[in-house]
Each structure stands twice: as C-alpha cells, then as structure tokens.
Design a protein around this ligand. Sequence first.
Ligand code: SF4
Length: 338
Amino acid sequence: MPKTVNPSLTPAATLGTVRPMTATHPVRIGISRCLLGDEVRYDGGHKRDAFLVDVLSQFVEWVPVCPEVESGLGTPREAMRLVGHDKGPRLITIKHGTDYTHEMTRFSERRVRELETLDLSGYVFKKGSPSCGVERVRLYNQHGMPTRNGVGLFARAFIERFPLIPVEEEGRLNDPVLRENFIERMFCYRRWRDLMDGRVTRGAIVSFHTAHKYLLLAHSQTHYQSLGRLVADAKRHAPSELAHRYGVLFMEALAVKATVRKHVNVLHHLVGYFTAQFSAGEQEELHGVIGDYHKGLTPLVVPLTLVRHYVRRFDIAYLQGQIYLNPHPKELMLRNHV
Ligand code: SF4
C-alpha cells in the first residue's frame, strides 16, 4: 500500500516519515488519485501507475487528489472535456453539455489553499485529463474541433499557485531522462524548502549553493554562473530576499535538461580534483569509462560509481558534499538509464 497523507492533517502530523538524502522533512508529493489505483475515473476505473505505486512510494508520501470526485461529482459520471478558449476554457460534459466550470474553479481555489499547508515537494498529474492534465489537453472549439493546447482546470490552479513546485505527468515519467529530472527536482525543492524553514542566513545560502554547484552545472552553465554571481554578491541583499531570488533561479536551472555532454563536462571537472594522485593506469581507465558514457556505451551510473570511489579513496571533503554525486535514493536506479 502506498503511503498517503490525509489532507486534513497539519504539516507537523506526518505519517511514515521517509527522509532520503539530506532532506529533513518528508518528501510529500501530490498525485492524481486514479494513478494510485483508486477507482475514481468517470467510468469507474483507475489508471494505476506501477512505477509510482510500487517503486517511488517507498521514498515519498502521496497526497492524493481527485478534483472531479472531491468537487462533488460521483463515480461513475459523465465524461467531460474542455471547450472554448485556452485562456478561459469551460469544463463541459460531453453528452448533456452540463457546465461544471464554476464548481471546478471554486473547488480548485479551495483545494490549493489546503495543499499549501502540506508543503508539497512535487505533483504528478494524470495526462490528458480536462481537470488534471498539465499540457496538450484536448480543447474543443464551438465546431467541436479539438486542438492540443488545453490545461486541466485544477492543474492550472495548482501551477499558478505554486510556480516553483516541480510538476510532471505520469506519461512523461516513462522517459528515463524526464523521470530522473523530475525526481531530482523534487528532492532539490525539498532541500531548498528545508533551508527556508530554518534560520535563513547568507552563510546557509552559500553552503547550499556550494553543495549544489556541480548539479547546477550539469543542467545550465548560464544559471550556474548567475547563481554564482548572486551568492558572491550576497551582502548586497537581505537574507530573505537573497533566498527568494536564489530559489527562483535554482528551480529554473534544474528544469533545464541535463545532457550527456553536460554530464561529461561535470565528470571531467570532478576528475580534476584527484587526477594528480592517480597512477597513469587509473587515469586512463577513468577517462576511458567517461568516454564510453559519452559514446552511449554505458549509462551515467558507471563513470559516477568510479568517481565516487576515488572521492572516498582520496578523501576529498569538498566533493563528498556534492549533491551531484548523490541526488536521489540509489534504489530508484535513475542513473542506470540515462
Ligand atoms: S484524472 Fe484527475 S479528475 Fe480524472 S479521475 Fe484521475 S484524479 Fe480524478
């Protein structure tokens, strides 16, 4: 059974706390309830997602939400779709044309306020749903012709209220790169929230930045440099303003996709810390392993495992603290597939 949180609980009253990595609070993730296997869909069915339920559940607490059921529609119910303009679509039942826009909008406003108290670190939405879909939801014009530029009403309300919280659709999580990126962002966001929950000082922000340096570099050199400048100028900002600016840029950086080329760049940076202590054979072996990764012959986990080994062996404290080497629970094996 996946761990779930009763939405009425306060943040302090947590269940089955899991604290992977350096996060100090549970990693609590919102989820479209049908993805957990609950039979809440319009046809009385579900859309259980095996990876989310059987694997990711071990490391997060789910906060399940079914906007259609919770806003008062029963199960089974008439199927609905988005109709009208992408800036303000209506939520209409397909057969009888009943308009539920008002009910869903009222519900969404209330529910996102409640979710604020649960301090979520991410949200997995059901793709394609007129309530939960994040992108490319079918939107019909007055002639009944669909385009793919709709956003589900509840998903839109959530994203507008929490622009920094990572969101993803379950379908996209089948892509190993997108899956790794989303889960990495979840844990990063949790750590940033933990930082904000403590006493926010310039020193704490600098330490946070230091620990995430190589992770940032694997995503975006531009953001890496901007964040570096922001931290270097820390004294020019009040700590709370600095933390806010940092958080916005930090989450923006992590949303930029890491690529093989960027990972290779980071790996070479890391190797530079201990290359002088290598034997010629060790150096050749490590560069060969990175080269194989670059050519697509091995996944990222292979050179990283070797780099981690040398970081431990040469006892390089600066690198031991790098989140890049350990961004999410190894049991998820996310870097075995990128
Ligand atoms: S997609 Fe959203 S509204 Fe539809 S059944 Fe799943 S949770 Fe409920």
